[in-house]
Design a protein around this ligand. Structure first.
Ligand code: HEM
Length: 220
């Protein structure tokens, strides 16, 4: 193939809209993904209610998010490659947690999520670090849900009896499931954007002429 066919454009140069279109993130596709993992309207409302926890605990949650990244040389090195300072990164994490529990999980929401994968790919953050971090974020939420569930269940045990304790435990598990599903959908979009970048790089490599082949065919 001719090198002139290669535009030089990679996913790093693309807008969130272009990426979403490329990976086929249409309204129907998003609806299918939500249905597949069971992230329904009730679960979305649960995430919105968890937004209160994020508002109350924003500082601690942001600290815990960043602590893991700063505590490991490999992830610290990725941060050092970015022009974002510590304060900038704090704001990034705060905004992320707010939008994660913002209650709107529509096409626009997931389109903007494409930007997240693209930016980390640009920083050469390996995909498995990303998956690990999504696991850590899930755990942060689970810790909060656990604390709230224990408190509600204790109060129920003192005043309302076993049925109320059972209801408190069920509520806690339902919040935990909503969180797991919501974060799983985030990870799916990141996977897609990483994959799309690999595809583009492979295409770019195929467009580079093979010098040995060029030499032998010109002599033939
Ligand atoms: C759950 C996983 C993660 C999420 C949800 C997340 C979320 C985000 C978001 C929303 C942004 C801002 C993107 C934008 O400007 O539009 C960002 C930027 C950034 N993230 Fe993450 N992140 C994650 C994991 C990580 C990890 C593991 C590292 C470090 C190794 C990291 C380092 C950074 C850096 C350095 C930036 C700033 C990029 C720049 O503007 O130069 N992130 N992240």
């Amino acid at each position: 193939m001719d090198t002139e066919e290669w535009s030089g454009s990679t996913s790093l140069d693309k807008t969130a809209n272009q990426l979403a279109e490329e990976i086929g993130l249409t309204e129907e596709e998003i609806a299918w993904r939500k249905a597949f993992v069971g992230f329904d309207t009730e679960e979305q409302e649960r995430m919105t209610r968890l937004g209160d926890v994020v508002s109350e605990e924003k500082e601690q949650l942001t600290d815990a998010f960043l602590e893991t990244i700063y505590a490991h040389d490999r992830t610290r090195a990725v941060v050092d490659r970015s022009s974002q300072g510590d304060d900038g990164l704090r704001r990034v994490v705060e905004t992320y947690l707010e939008t994660l529990t913002g209650g709107t999980y529509d096409t626009e929401y997931y389109t903007q999520r494409c930007r997240i994968g693209r930016i980390h790919d640009q920083l050469d953050l390996p995909l498995h670090h990303f998956s690990g971090m999504f696991g850590n974020v899930t755990t942060l939420f689970l810790e909060e849900i656990k604390a709230n569930t224990i408190e509600t269940a204790r109060n129920a045990a003192e005043s309302d009896g076993p049925d109320a304790v059972e209801a408190a435990i069920e509520e806690g598990f339902a919040d935990a499931m909503a969180t797991t599903r919501c974060i799983n959908l985030e990870m799916q979009v990141v996977n897609d954007t990483y994959e799309s970048r690999r595809r583009e790089l492979r295409e770019a490599i195929n467009l580079i002429p093979d010098p040995i082949f060029e030499l032998t065919s010109s002599r033939a």
